[in-house]
Write a protein that binds this ligand. Sequence first.
Ligand code: ADP
Ligand code: MG
Length: 254
Amino acid sequence: MEPLFEAVAVHKHFGENEVLKGIDVAVKRGDVLAIIGPSGSGKSTLCRVMVGLEAFDRGELRLHGKTLANVSEKGRVKWSEDSKKLRLDIGMVFQHFALFPNMTVFENLALAPRKVRGKSQAEAKKLATDVLSRVHLSEKRDAYPSKLSGGQQQRVAIARELAMERAILFLDEPTSALDPELVREVLVVMKELASAGMTMVVVTHEMSFAKQVASWVVFMADGEIIEQGPPDQLFGHPTQQRTKDFLATPEDLV
Ligand code: ADP
Ligand code: MG
């Protein structure tokens, strides 16, 4: 099966700091790819590059088998002609959710489908209603974000991407800003999305989530992929010493 999304030989530096040293990632439809690794290894930068928020120096991004972006001889990122439309298929959820504070949950969900996807009011309403039930927040439809817990806000942020009918969702440590008791409800929603076939790339410190839910795990350190494989193999039988060392470190020190 052809990958839905690919990053090919992606390089990126900040000044002297080479943050991504030739990263290859391929995600098939329905895959849940977990990216793990120590702080500073380039996970967030890679995510930001893959969703188009950050320029890169060398390499290529592909979606649905088509070139989305590559880099010119002069080192400038060139977006393909249809990239504007293609990029609508890519969603991202950040560690710090950013809902519009002056809009209700429902308005937060219905806005982009109408403005960006050109949905009718009735279609946007149906979408918003459907995605709210998928994140188990139907009763919060008319609440303002400030009245929600962090876990609920993050679930609305996920629902907002679902309402945009993304083909692939990138989540960068979606639970790491949450109080511990709110982490589970967000992981449960992500697990349900995975079971429903949503294609996801998740940067996470939640190793048990990665073990249970991921179809493929990538371990990064110092801007490189050190090791990757199915979760049973990567967690059960890591082959690289750096992977072993990382997995042996207690989670609260990562
Ligand atoms: P991770 O998400 O794995 O913790 P990051 O992608 O955030 O890693 O960071 C990788 C490296 O890139 C770090 O050395 C970090 O300091 C550096 N970095 C990240 N963003 C920037 C930026 N905007 N400007 C300069 N350096 C950055
Ligand atoms: Mg990060």
